[in-house]
Design a protein. Structure first.
Length: 338
């Protein structure tokens, strides 16, 4: 993937009560950040995005990169892999790592694997973005915060600020958060607001060391097209089944072949994928009445892949039942989870 898109500008939320108080509070809480980067030389660093499930980490990554590379849905634990996204501007290359939401509710083999991915991602980075919902902090957030080391600068990213109706409520909440951790900076924002994304990039830049870029300037992710195809199928699966289907369902790519295309299509991709579920009733949910749901999953996947991969796509989908796979260490590994 070599193209880059600029996040669409969103209208600023209307001014609400307490905005001045919030700005004053942010100034009083701000910790002195590292000196600005020298003009000469390249800067590059690794930035981990962490938080509990469903706080908007993948949406934030996509906005920071400028293109969709991580799938999103309302279902918890949509992200299951460490996904790296790059954004290069000026002399700085930002290397973001989106991690699965740290799971505290279910102790099965799949969730142990996902939590291991989170812990591995935050161990050797230059900066951590700890993402929470603005004005909210519960036990699940606290457990994620507890696993973050003290030696790495950490920004509190208070996401979904656009959903807060009274900004005056945020100031005392920020004071409470200051008592929990010595955050390097506080960043109330919305991942859907282009100006907020630019502001966050400017803040992150101050923490990145001077060193050569790790990736080419036009690279957006280190994940393969085969991986992105499987993730796209899983996103459409979750979005079109809603809460009917347990989150433990997964997707395995059985075939990913590329051929020369014809006419306007420079290449042709032939993909075969298996949707793995745990029960026969789940299989029926995925297939739908007269096969309509699985047909729609395939169609929406094809349309998105043709756009993102700039290719003609043929895709076949199958559904198989593998009872108890999410609590089987060997099978979890065989499905690509470390």
């Amino acid at each position: 993937m070599t193209t880059r898109k600029t996040p669409e500008s969103k209208p600023e939320p209307e001014a609400v009560e307490g905005q001045a108080d919030l700005e004053s509070m942010l100034k009083s809480l701000r910790v002195a950040a590292p000196a600005g980067a020298p003009a000469a030389g390249q800067h590059c660093g690794l930035i981990a995005i962490v938080g509990k499930p469903n706080v908007g980490k993948s949406t934030l990554l996509n906005a920071l990169v400028g293109q969709k590379i991580s799938i999103t849905s309302r279902k918890a634990q949509t992200t299951r892999h460490r996904i790296t996204g790059m954004h290069t501007q000026g002399s700085t290359q930002f290397v973001f790592v989106d991690t699965p939401g740290f799971q505290t509710r279910h102790n099965n083999a799949l969730n142990r694997s996902l939590n291991k991915t989170v812990l591995g991602a935050v161990g050797d980075v230059d900066l951590i973005l700890f993402v929470v919902e603005a004005g909210r902090f519960n036990q699940a957030d606290a457990k994620v915060l507890d696993v973050l080391g003290q030696g790495i600068p950490t920004l509190l990213v208070a996401n979904k600020l656009d959903q807060v109706t009274r900004r005056a409520d945020i100031a005392p909440w920020l004071q409470e958060m200051q008592q929990r951790r010595a955050f390097a900076e506080f960043v109330p924002m919305s991942a859907k607001n282009a100006k907020d994304i630019e502001r966050l990039l400017t803040i992150c830049e101050k923490y990145l060391p001077e060193q050569a870029w790790w990736y080419a300037q036009d690279e957006l992710t280190d994940r393969s097209e085969k991986f992105l195809a499987g993730e796209t199928v899983r996103e459409k699966l979750f979005r079109l089944t809603g809460d009917e289907l347990p989150y433990t369902s997964t997707v395995v790519i059985d075939k990913f072949e590329e051929e020369a295309g014809r006419g306007k299509n420079k290449r042709l991709l032939k993909i075969a994928a298996t949707i793995v579920v745990e029960r026969d009733t789940h299989k029926a949910m995925v297939i739908g009445d007269k096969g309509e749901r699985i047909k729609r999953i395939g169609t929406e996947t094809r349309v998105e892949l043709e756009k993102s991969l700039d290719a003609k796509v043929f895709i076949e989908l199958w559904v198989k039942v593998r009872s108890g796979w999410a609590d089987d260490e060997a099978r979890v590994r065989s499905f690509g989870y470390q």
